[in-house]
Design a protein around this ligand. Sequence first.
Ligand SMILES: [Zn+2]
Length: 329
Amino acid sequence: MSGGGMNEVAPTRIELHTHLEGSVTPDRLVALSERHGRPGLPAECLDASGQGFVFTGFRGFLDLYKRVTSVMRTPRDFHEMALDLAAQLRRDNVAYAEVSVSYGVLLARGIDPGPVQAALAEAAAEAEGTLGVTMRWLPDAVRQFGPDAARRAWESAGRAGRVQGVVGFGLGGDEVNGPAAAFAPLFAEVRAAGLGVSIHAGEVTSMGEAARDSIRQAIDACGALRLGHGLAAGADPALLAELARRGIFVELCPRSNVITGALPRLAAHPLRAFLDAGVPCCLNTDDRTLFGLDLRGEYAAAREVLGLTPDDETAMRTAAAAAAFDTAP
Ligand SMILES: [Zn+2]
């Protein structure tokens, strides 16, 4: 239930694909930049109002991501960011969220994910008590950093385990330069440890056939139960049918795909094809503040532009609860 003694209705939505680093608020970025001796950093990331992030194109987004993550260093930083995200989720009517945290980036910066995860678990317990928002964690590795770096990330995640709210392990980053098949042995360990596997795949549709192959590697070589984006399957009826038959869940992030340039416009999103093929899926924000998105807006846009019906939304809610790596409300 919601806290604070207010007579509020408990939140209802489920979100399975949202990144902690991509949810940093402008105010938090200012505070973290000052804390870590980079007072000029926010001016390189925020618009004139100071309330929104700016970047141009996908390369610009990657630069922005590098800048903002450069001041995310201590367990205290992550604790504060997690509480900020919980407040955003509460306002956005989200009851349960699985939140990606890039252990790959932490390790690349020489930061031990262990104490960070302990701080996240603490923040999640706090948010659950005060806001009625459940956050679970999906540490992930970065494809282009390679299997050895990914293994170090997984070892930290596995050590933290469900007791610290880690419910799965993921893979993100550059699909072109980090084929998922190279990570197959690692994901066999993730599955053996009883954690979920969610892999960003088929996001970069400009890869053509290779994007569909990327999806196949994620589900066949790595045993992914969920795909992040999975966009490339939208144009492949056989692959859609296979995802439906195997019950592989797709975490769709339609407006993110437009912002990153994966799609030319929202109307080009193959949401209808996924739904008509019976592929279990739901809508997600991906990077809330960096993209300026929320889940209410995601569903509203899909209703308006992609013909999402109330029945579709109900089906998504049910599918998302079933695909969650922990018990979702
Ligand atoms: Zn993502």
